[in-house]
Structures are given as C-alpha cells and as structure tokens.
Design a protein around this ligand. Structure first.
Ligand code: ZN
Length: 94
C-alpha cells in the first residue's frame, strides 16, 4: 500500500490537497520521477503544483497512510484512468 506510481497504482501518484483533504487524486508519474530522490523528497516536503488526471490544478500533497487506506478516490480521476471508483489507493485492491 503506497502512494507511489507503481503498476498497481496505474503509474500515478495518489495525492490530496487542502483545506479539506477529502479525496485522493491521480498525479501522473511524469510529474515527479520516482527514481529522482531529490525530486521525491521535495514533493514529500513541499507538495507540488500540477494538474491531476481529472484536470484539477492545485498544490498536491503526498497522502498519509490513513488517507491512502480510507479516503475515496476522485471520481473524475478514476474515470480518466478507466478504473473503478472506490476507496484508498488502487493497490489496496478495492
Ligand atoms: Zn481528481
């Protein structure tokens, strides 16, 4: 169970944003190269401004463990990726 852009996560980071932190959105892998440790650390510390799969643009934060388990995935992001709507990161298998 990870926020990282693994195959199980459909090659997207799963992120959220304030003030409500009420849904997980899919941030394309290309926005933050998971093999670039400095870029990943910067993202982890400061978030990143970018567009997610549903076209929303914001400053996205790395979702914490309870959010990765319990938050609903954004319907728009799921539809763009062609995956079922549901709860938690896709690699949770739900
Ligand atoms: Zn979204």
């Amino acid at each position: 169970m990870t926020a990282q852009p693994t195959a199980e996560n459909h090659d997207h980071w799963w992120v959220y944003t304030g003030p409500n932190y009420d849904a997980l959105h899919a941030l394309p892998r290309a926005v933050v190269d998971p093999k670039n440790a400095d870029a990943v650390e910067e993202f982890r510390n400061a978030g990143i401004q970018a567009a997610v799969a549903c076209s929303a643009t914001d400053t996205w934060q790395w979702a914490g463990i309870f959010s990765r388990l319990g938050l609903p995935r954004c319907d728009g992001c799921c539809d763009q990726l062609g995956i079922p709507r549901g709860t938690g990161t896709p690699d949770n298998g739900r």
